[in-house]
Structure formats: structure tokens, C-alpha cells
Write a protein that binds this ligand. Structure first.
Ligand code: APR
Length: 237
């Protein structure tokens, strides 16, 4: 793939990029949601109704972060960010810390992060790697009013203004490992395709497949490093 070195790149990742690191996706056969109705855990009313259940759901997923590592796909995206001379933005729907640990810096967690909590009273957010309970006091104000720093259904994803601006200016939009079930992320390809080349990498065919100018079917750990090699090898100054 030959694209000019001053091309602005936006990349969107979903649960599929972390699957080979051992983190369950949401909608694959053994997915996370198979054990919980989404309404039970990923909704503000669920948290008001049963904060202990919701905290435990995220505590389990936060504990898993200590057992998993970034895979070749995460590492390849960090390598691309480092070497790419044009603008670069990685937007992830994932709340795990694998992109961070792979070295990605120009990174937006649009659905929040497992390794942060935030206080409903003083609104401060804090780095957090241990379990959090309804009675856990906020490190800033001391009140027992911490919630997972996760964007739940019916809540607004984070940094949408910055993401929308990047999509309107990019020349290449790459979508990796997302099923295209959840908006606004599933609509990013339409926003970008007005001016950008759009490319999807997924292990399966997705419902938004036809909206991409190019699709590559395969595992992220194989296809992403290959794409990064092509981009860096084919970079035209
Ligand atoms: N390589 C590439 N793609 C893969 C791999 C892999 N190894 N394994 C799975 N996939 C693909 C699946 O084919 C599927 O299209 O990853 C996608 C995972 O889809 P979902 O489980 O729906 O996850 P995602 O698209 O990230 O969900 C979006 O939904 O529930 C909300 O907030 C949650 O961020 C999440 C959002």
C-alpha cells in the first residue's frame, strides 16, 4: 500500500484486537455478555440498583489485566505511531490497557478504562488497579462514591469532538476487530470515507463490511503487523 507520508491516519480498534491476548470479546460465542445481560452491568441504572454486582463485574476484568499481555497487533500499532511522520490517532473501544502497555501514546479510550475509577461526588478520576467496592473511599474527597471509569450504554463516549475532527481530516481509516454493532464507533467509517481510504481487518465478515473500500479477513496478530510493514515500507515522502 503506497500512501504519502503526510497522510493523516485514524485507527479504530475493538475487542477483536485483544482476543489473542486472552481477553474475551463481547459477542463471539464465549463472549463476555454471554454471562450477563448487558442491562445488568453496563448501564447507569444497573449501577444504582446493584453497585456491588457492577463493581464485581469490572473488578474481575481489572484483575485479568495482570494475566494478559499486548499481542503482535498492539505492538505493531505502537510501532506505526512511532514511525509515521503524518498525523496519527488510535481510538479504541477497549477498556483494557494493552494498547497503553504496547507503547501507544496518541490513544483515546472512547469507552473508558478498567484501570481508572471516578468519584460521583467530586468527579475526580483516579488510576486504579485493585478491586473497588461501593464502600471504597474516594482518594480525593473520602466519600464512598467511586464508580468504574467506563462509558455505559446511554452514556456519551469520551472525546467525541477530537475523534470527529480527526475522522474529517484523515486520509486513511483502519478498523480492526470490531463487529460494528455499537454506535457511534460503527459510524466512523462513513464519516471517514468521504475523503479517506478505508480498510477493515477482522477475523469474520462484519455487518459494516460493505462500507469499507478494502477488507482483509484474518487474525489481527497476523494482519496488523503485515499492514504496518506495508505502510512503512510503502511510505512515499
Ligand atoms: N482478529 C481479528 N478480529 C477478531 C479476532 C481476531 N483474533 N477475534 C475476534 N475478532 C472480531 C470478531 O469477528 C468481531 O467482529 O472482533 C469483533 C468483536 O466484536 P464484539 O465482541 O462485538 O466487540 P466490539 O466490536 O469491540 O464491541 C463494541 O460493544 O458492548 C460494547 O462497549 C462494548 O466496546 C464494546 C462495544
Amino acid at each position: 500500500m503506497h500512501i504519502p507520508a503526510d497522510t493523516s491516519i485514524v485507527i479504530l480498534t475493538g475487542a477483536g484486537i485483544s482476543a489473542e491476548s486472552g481477553i474475551s470479546t463481547f459477542r463471539d460465542a464465549d463472549g463476555l455478555w454471554m454471562n450477563h445481560a448487558i442491562e445488568e452491568v453496563a448501564h447507569p441504572t444497573a449501577f444504582r440498583r446493584d453497585p456491588a454486582l457492577v463493581h464485581e463485574f469490572y473488578n474481575q476484568r481489572r484483575r485479568q489485566l495482570f494475566e494478559v499481555s499486548p499481542n503482535a497487533a498492539h505492538l505493531a500499532l505502537a510501532r506505526l505511531e512511532q514511525a509515521w511522520p503524518g498525523d496519527f490517532l488510535l481510538v479504541t473501544q477497549n477498556v483494557d490497557d494493552l494498547h497503553d502497555r504496547a507503547g501507544s501514546l496518541k490513544l483515546i479510550h472512547m469507552h473508558g478504562e478498567l484501570r481508572r475509577v471516578r468519584c460521583l461526588k467530586c468527579l475526580q478520576s483516579h488510576p486504579w488497579m485493585e478491586d473497588c467496592l461501593p464502600e471504597t473511599p474516594c482518594p480525593a474527597c473520602g466519600k464512598p462514591s467511586l464508580r468504574p471509569h467506563i462509558v455505559w450504554f446511554d452514556e456519551m463516549p469520551m472525546k467525541m469532538g477530537e475523534i470527529t475532527r480527526a475522522l474529517s481530516r484523515c486520509g486513511l481509516f483502519i478498523c480492526i476487530g470490531t463487529s460494528g454493532n455499537v454506535y457511534p464507533a460503527a459510524g466512523f467509517v462513513q464519516q471517514a470515507s468521504r475523503q479517506a481510504h478505508t480498510l477493515e481487518i477482522n477475523a469474520e465478515e462484519t455487518r459494516i463490511r460493505s462500507q469499507f473500500k478494502e477488507t482483509r479477513k484474518g487474525l489481527a496478530s497476523c494482519e496488523v503487523p503485515r499492514l504496518v510493514d506495508e505502510l512503512l515500507g510503502g511510505m512515499t515522502r
